[in-house]
Design a binder for this molecule. Structure first.
Ligand code: SIN
Ligand code: FE
Length: 355
C-alpha cells in the first residue's frame, strides 16, 4: 500500500535518532530506503531550534516562514505544546456526537465555544471548553515567537479535537479526509489569506498517518496552467469558468448579495474568485480518481506526542489513519508572506490574467 516508503522510514529513523548512523553507513540505505528519497521536505526541529530567545533566531524564524510557504512540513518530534496528564486523560475518554454531521469537535476561540460533542452534562462541556481554550492559547503563544516575521498578522480560526479513528470513516466524498486535497472552507472564505494548521498527535501509542502530493502551484500548472499556455480547451471546465469570470462583475454581484444579507444563506456570495477557485479545486482533486491513484505521493507517520505544522492550502494532503489529534488553524494575512510570489492567490490571479 505504501507506494513511496522512504519518507516514513526516514521520519522514524530521525525520531529514533538513527539518521546520523545511517548517513555514515550509506550501504544501509540500500536495504532501508528501497525507493526514491523525497523532494518534499520535512523539516525536523528539536527544542534548541525553536528557542525564540537564541541570538540568531530572527533569521531562522524568517527561514521557517519561507519553508512553510514553499510547502515544507515543519515537524516537532517532541511537541512544544505541553498538555497536562489529566487533560489528556479526559480528552481520550471524550465522546463525539452524530459523527456524520460534525466531522470533529470544534472550538471557536473568538466566541469561546465548543460544538460537535454529546452535550448532556454541563460540567463535561465546561471541562472540554477549558482544555481547548488552554490548547489554543498555548499554540498562539508558541507561534507568536516561533513565526515572529508574521508578527501575529493572522486571524485565529477554529481549533479542533479529532477523537475518531480516521481509517474507514463514513463521510460524504467531499468531506472525506482520506482523499488528497488542498484545503478551502465552504463557509469561511479567506480572500487570499493562508490556511496554516498546527497539529498534535495526542494518541498514546498510535501514529497519525498522512500522505501528501505535490504542492498547489505544481498541481494547478499540471491541470490548468500548461493547457492555458497551449491554448487547449481541455482544462477542467469548472476551474476555467472561475478564472474567466470577470472579477468586477462578480464583485458587484457579491457586494449586492452581502448588502441584502444573503451571505449567510448563500455562502458562495461571500467568496472571492480566489475562494471559489480554491473550493472547486478542493472538490476537483477529491473527485479525480486518476489523480488520487496515480499522482506522486509521500507518506508520513507522525509519532505519539509529536506536532507538525503546514500550509494546507498549499500542500495536498490526506490522513489515512490515526485517532486523537488536536489542531489549531490560523488564517495568515497574505500581506505577511515572506515569499508572496509562491502564495496560491498569486498563482490563481496570474492564471486568471492569462485565461
Ligand atoms: C485534513 O486536514 O484534511 C485532515 C488532517 C488530519 O486530521 O490529520
Ligand atoms: Fe485538509
Amino acid at each position: 500500500m505504501l507506494q513511496n516508503r522512504a519518507p516514513c522510514v526516514d521520519l522514524w529513523l530521525k525520531f529514533l535518532g538513527l539518521s546520523a548512523f545511517i548517513s555514515v553507513n550509506p550501504w544501509l540505505n540500500f536495504f532501508l530506503v528501497p525507493c526514491k528519497i523525497s523532494d518534499m521536505k520535512l523539516v525536523t526541529l528539536d527544542p534548541r531550534q525553536f528557542d525564540a530567545s537564541a541570538p540568531d533566531f530572527a533569521t531562522r524564524a524568517r527561514e521557517y516562514c519561507a519553508q512553510l510557504e514553499a510547502g515544507d512540513i515543519l515537524f516537532f518530534p517532541q511537541s512544544p505544546i505541553a498538555i497536562a496528564a489529566e487533560d489528556l486523560e479526559f480528552l481520550l475518554s471524550a465522546q463525539q456526537t452524530g459523527a456524520g454531521y460534525h466531522k470533529n469537535i470544534a472550538y471557536r476561540p473568538a466566541a469561546d465555544k465548543v460544538t460537535g460533542f454529546v452535550k448532556d452534562r454541563p460540567e463535561v462541556e465546561e471541562r472540554l471548553r477549558t482544555i481547548m481554550r488552554k490548547y489554543s492559547q498555548s499554540v498562539v503563544k508558541f507561534l507568536s515567537g516561533f513565526l515572529a516575521p508574521y508578527q501575529t498578522r493572522w486571524a485565529l480560526d477554529y481549533a479542533s479535537y479529532r477523537p475518531q479513528e480516521e481509517q474507514g470513516r463514513d463521510l460524504a466524498l467531499r468531506k472525506r479526509n482520506d482523499l488528497l486535497h488542498t484545503d478551502a472552507f465552504p463557509t469561511r472564505p479567506t480572500h487570499g489569506d493562508r490556511i496554516l494548521r498546527f497539529f498534535n498527535n495526542i494518541n498514546p501509542s498510535q501514529t497519525r498517518d498522512w500522505v501528501t502530493a505535490p504542492t498547489f502551484d505544481v498541481l494547478v500548472e499540471q491541470f490548468v496552467g500548461s493547457k492555458l499556455a497551449q491554448n487547449q480547451n481541455n482544462a477542467p471546465p469548472e476551474l476555467l469558468s472561475v478564472l474567466r469570470r470577470p472579477s468586477a462583475a462578480s464583485a458587484l454581484l457579491r457586494g449586492a448579495g452581502r448588502t441584502l444579507g444573503l451571505g449567510k444563506l448563500v455562502p458562495s456570495l461571500k467568496r472571492s474568485r480566489y475562494d471559489e477557485f480554491m473550493m472547486r479545486f478542493h472538490n476537483f482533486l477529491k473527485e479525480n480518481e486518476d489523480f488520487q491513484k496515480n499522482c506522486e505521493k509521500w507518506h508520513w507517520q507522525f509519532p505519539p506526542g509529536s506536532s507538525w505544522m503546514v500550509y494546507t492550502d498549499m500542500v495536498a494532503h490526506a490522513v489515512l489513519s490515526g485517532q486523537y489529534a488536536l489542531e489549531q488553524t490560523f488564517l495568515v494575512s497574505k500581506d505577511a508572506m515572506v515569499t508572496p510570489e509562491k502564495a496560491p492567490v498569486t498563482v490563481v490571479e496570474r492564471l486568471a490574467k492569462g485565461a
